[in-house]
Write a protein that binds this ligand. Structure first.
Ligand code: NAD
Length: 382
């Protein structure tokens, strides 16, 4: 069996799916590994390090695509890469099957087996494969660092001979994995932190980090969507959150917003009025930008200054921390591979709920029912 590791081709991508240290268990099973030259360079892994770990390094991307039986990737392959894949190969990565399922049709038709890291079920057994959480942890940390860097004020309270500086006030919207990491990072830097989430369970976690949880009466509606995720709310319920956010924005120096509902556009929670209520110099980091953004003024990937307020809408913060992002991702991938590679051979048992949940397609047929439905809808409308 041949495992291929590609130099990720998406603009701005710096991560790599497997690092040299990841290869040990594969090579020990007699698996051959071919790496595209430069694949790990920005993530701190030289071609020589891959060679030392037992891989072959080549600049011939086409030959890797055509011959690899297993391709762990960070991002979905481009349509032209999909058409070059070896039929029957297995591809694993952040394939965005709920956001853009039609972008995978060339690979499905090849046919190759596609596993999406976004779809790995959130059950205890699969926690070590939870790449979404790994990347959200990095994004939450990095969002606070970016905000602290832009803010024309300090985060900690300082008592000096020249006077006292009050602590920065940080407001975190969406206290999931990224939000909780943002809260913890802001607290460590000395900020006073408030947070809001529709899931009541988030309240205790927010308070345990020394932050204040802002509660909104949503009239007792169900806000849990299963798997730890939030449900999509009605406009009326969203409005109650929006009012709280506008009020809180007026006294916040930094807002980091992370609210998402899987497979849906990000809820629009921050109105123009909330941004206008912020003082000049304040910073808003919209981590939901890849899903359209939580702020109605967000332009994904674009940095704006609006009435002196800096609005950041990063699309790939983990790529700004390529070494640790690749390290965590590679471990998630290796743990996933342990389910499908046994004694050096591919063995795919779709009776395993982790594999069935994460599988976009197998032998040319959609497997995950949510993705299957989306693909069917895309075919009937095209
Ligand atoms: P996510 O990225 O989908 O969403 C981020 C946060 O936004 C969530 O906390 C969500 O409740 C919140 N949100 C959604 N709509 C909102 C709205 N209208 N207003 C305010 N907030 C809104 O979620 P995530 O961070 O990946 O995970 C959420 C939770 O899932 C985690 O905090 C954790 O408890 C749980 N989780 C469980 C497992 C596991 O069991 N293996 C793994 C990871 C996370």
């Amino acid at each position: 069996m041949l495992v291929g590791i590609l130099h990720e081709s998406a603009p701005g991508e710096t991560r790599v799916a497997l690092l040299p240290e990841s290869l040990k268990s594969l090579v020990a099973q007699g698996i051959a590994v071919t790496v595209e030259s430069g694949a790990g360079r920005v993530a701190g892994a030289s071609d020589q390090a891959y060679i030392d770990a037992g891989a072959i390094v080549t600049s011939d991307r086409a030959s890797i695509l055509a011959s690899a039986d297993l391709l762990p990737l960070v991002n979905a392959p481009s349509p032209s890469d999909q058409s070059s894949l070896k039929p029957g190969a297995v591809v694993i990565g952040f394939l965005k099957p709920l956001d853009a399922p039609q972008a995978l049709t060339a690979a499905i038709a090849r046919p190759v087996t596609l596993f999406s890291m976004e779809l790995v079920p959130r059950i205890s057994r699969a926690q070590s494969m939870d790449a979404l959480s790994s990347m959200a942890t990095i994004a939450g940390y990095k969002a606070i660092i970016a905000a602290a860097d832009r803010l024309p004020r300090l985060f900690p309270m300082l008592m000096t001979a020249a006077g006292t500086i009050p602590p920065a006030r940080v407001f975190v919207i969406g206290a999931g994995v990224a939000g909780l990491r943002a809260i913890a990072t802001a607290r460590r830097l000395g900020a006073v932190v408030e947070a809001y989430d529709v899931r009541a369970a988030a309240g205790e976690q927010v308070r345990s980090l020394g932050a204040k949880f802002l509660d909104v009466d949503l009239g007792g509606i169900s806000t849990e969507g299963g798997g730890g995720y939030a449900a999509e709310l009605t406009e009326e319920a969203l409005d109650r959150g929006r009012d709280l956010i506008t009020r809180t924005a007026a006294h916040s120096d930094v807002i980091v917003t992370t609210a998402q509902v899987p497979g849906r556009p990000a809820p629009r929670l921050i109105r123009r009025a909330a941004v206008e209520a912020m003082r000049p110099g304040c910073v808003l980091v919209d981590l939901a930008a890849p899903a359209g953004g939580n702020c109605e003024l967000t332009q994904p990937g674009v940095e704006q200054t609006l009435n002196g307020v800096t609005l950041l809408a990063p699309l790939n913060l983990p790529a700004e921390v390529p070494v640790h992002a690749s390290q965590l991702y590679a471990r998630n991938i290796l743990n996933f591979l342990a389910l499908i590679v046994k004694k050096g051979e591919l063995t795919i048992d779709l009776a395993d709920e982790v594999l069935a949940g994460a599988c976009v397609s197998h032998n040319g047929n959609p497997v995950n029912p949510r993705v299957a439905k989306l693909l069917e809808a895309a075919t009937t409308t095209s």
